[in-house]
Design a protein around this ligand. Structure first.
Ligand SMILES: NC(=O)c1ccc[n+]([C@@H]2O[C@H](COP(=O)([O-])OP(=O)(O)OC[C@H]3O[C@@H](n4cnc5c(N)ncnc54)[C@H](OP(=O)(O)O)[C@@H]3O)[C@@H](O)[C@H]2O)c1
Length: 221
């Protein structure tokens, strides 16, 4: 198995690296600083430098993975942005930071990744149940919610564009104890990533364009 994890300096991304390496896979993973790259290398994976919010940085990915054929690609990098409670208009800079990382990043990455997929590859975007409109019961973090709803749309288009080539899905990883999820979250990163790896191993081409929870349940848009 040949694996690519985008955004793997810590949290769920680094846990994907750890578990795929423990399973004997060959892993390439990205971070945007030396410390993150060192943590990736410690797991026996190949670290690459990548800032998903930087056009020049992302445009360098294609040549860095030239000749690779990935069986699994996980686009994990994401930011939460302002922790708003109601209809608090975000600043333009918060809007740009969240949307550039969570939405424009995948829109820049997916065309490059498409060139480096093994036949029958699986591509996953780390979205969130907070992006589901159908399941919406709270207004907390509405900028983050908007970004994850938008990346679900991006994933769906990627699933259509890559039909017959790759199975493309969105994940809700659960509410996970990471820097983003906080110490009071429901589950640990080990459980979340083990679940998502099981889903990635079991999805079929017919599942492309679907939104899955880490435990395999299908989620409403
Ligand atoms: N934890 C949860 O409960 C939860 C729930 C639903 C969805 N998610 C989603 O799951 C994904 C991972 O979450 P997490 O909990 O592991 O978050 P985290 O602990 O905050 O880690 C975020 C990761 O994204 C990377 N990242 C952020 N901006 C980046 C950029 N511009 N370029 C490259 N990498 C960047 C970070 O790298 P640096 O170290 O360089 O900052 C870090 O590796 C995110 O997309 C998140 O929205 C998480």
């Amino acid at each position: 198995m040949n694996i690519l994890i985008i955004g793997a300096s810590r949290g769920l991304g680094l846990e994907f690296v750890r578990q795929y390496r423990a399973a004997g896979a060959r892993v390439t993973a990205t971070a945007r600083d030396d410390a993150g790259q060192a943590r990736i290398a410690e797991q026996g994976a190949k670290p690459l430098r990548l800032d998903v919010a930087d056009a020049a940085s992302v445009s360098g990915l294609a040549w860095q993975v030239d000749g690779e054929r990935f069986d699994v690609v996980v686009i994990n990098a994401g930011v939460y942005g302002p922790g708003t409670a109601g209809l608090e208009t975000p600043t333009a800079s918060d809007f740009d930071a969240v949307m550039h990382t969570n939405v424009l990043g995948p829109m820049r990455l997916l065309p490059q990744i498409a060139e480096a997929l093994a036949p029958g590859a699986r591509v996953a975007v780390l979205s969130s149940k907070m992006g589901s409109i159908g399941l919406r019961a709270s207004t907390s973090g509405w900028l983050y919610r908007a970004s994850k709803a938008a990346v679900n749309s991006v994933m769906k288009d990627a699933s259509l564009a890559l039909a017959g080539q790759a199975t493309v899905i969105s994940f809700h990883p659960g509410w996970v104890r990471t820097d983003m999820g906080g110490s009071g979250a429901d589950i640990d990163a080990t459980t979340s990533v083990a679940g998502m790896r099981t889903v990635l191993a079991s999805v079929k081409p017919v599942d492309t364009g679907s939104f899955f929870s880490y435990d395999g349940q299908r989620l409403a848009w």
